[in-house]
Design a protein around this ligand. Sequence first.
Ligand SMILES: *Cc1c(COP(=O)(O)O)cnc(C)c1O
Length: 365
Amino acid sequence: MQSSVSPRLEVHLGDVTANSARLVERCAARSISVMGITKGLAGSPLLAQAMIDGGVSGLGDSGLANIDATRAGGVWASTTLIRTPSRSQIDQLAVSDLASYQSDIETLSLLSAACVVAGQRHAVMLMVELGDLRDGIMPDDVVAHARHVRDLEHLDLRGLGANFGCQSGTIPDDRSLNVLSELAATIEAELSIAVPVVSGGNSSNLDWLRLTADVGRVNELRLGEAIILGRNPSTRLPVAGLSTEAVVFVAEVLESKRKPRRPWGPTGYTAIGRAEPGASVESADQPGDENDLEWHTVLAAGHQDTDPSGLTPIDDVLLVGASSDHLIIRSRRRIAPGSEMRFLPDYGAMARAAIAPSVTMLAIP
Ligand SMILES: *Cc1c(COP(=O)(O)O)cnc(C)c1O
């Protein structure tokens, strides 16, 4: 029997659907809808379909190419571009049926002009900065931006969105989310337009959702990591009741030999991944003695295929290092060349593997 191609990302679609369904149910209990975020697997249509099967009410992705990939795979759903567009994307956005996140006043004007040319209306979410110092309009300027959207031709304000836990690791709480709810109310009162959607954040909002007495105006969350990996990105802890094994990274064993634990000879910078010579590897003057020996196994995947620091071996082995092309494992026993080792990837390791041409994505029903 021919073994499957590796390195590969196995995606267990049943787990993704089940995770989606549980999260949709929990959010629905607070009158919150779930947007399924597909960028973690590069817009994979099978991932998107599994999310839809689990009941998400729309899809979101940060990349137009990812959204194209989802749709080329035959999955069409109401979709939002969740990274604010660059100027070069405006014309494509204007002729699309996507909604988009926006945070720049000039970009809004350009988008409006392009929509007029295209003869199409476009729904806009204004991204509000609430402390994570990523993208977003400072709270004091949000009403002015909403007025701008109201007054521009062919644009419709769909709502406000905020984001936490990305750039600075901020954790959403009642205080920050109340700012979002109050801004929605102020826009409605001052500008006489509706703010139908208040999108409170991502998977890092799930503890807030569980603990808050009042979700305020928040009626949408955008969930990627919790659906795909079953974890809250702020705590890295599993979300209760979800599978954390929906995605597995698999690499093939190339060699397995007894080798010393420590390198020998002078050391300098490594090719990728270590900042200072000798910073985390203690080198020896001579090859180590017998007691130093244990099984050293080399796998056919490296920094070019994934983020090795985000992999957790499923077997009882230690992942001790990586080069651009290799993962290095230490173990008590020999691991046969030609066999495969399995790892649970974190979001970064998964996302890098998903866009690496060298890594195959294998969907498993
Ligand atoms: C990536 C992203 C999300 C999803 O975040 P998760 O932590 O994976 O749930 C939500 N919103 C925006 C704007 C994003 O860029």
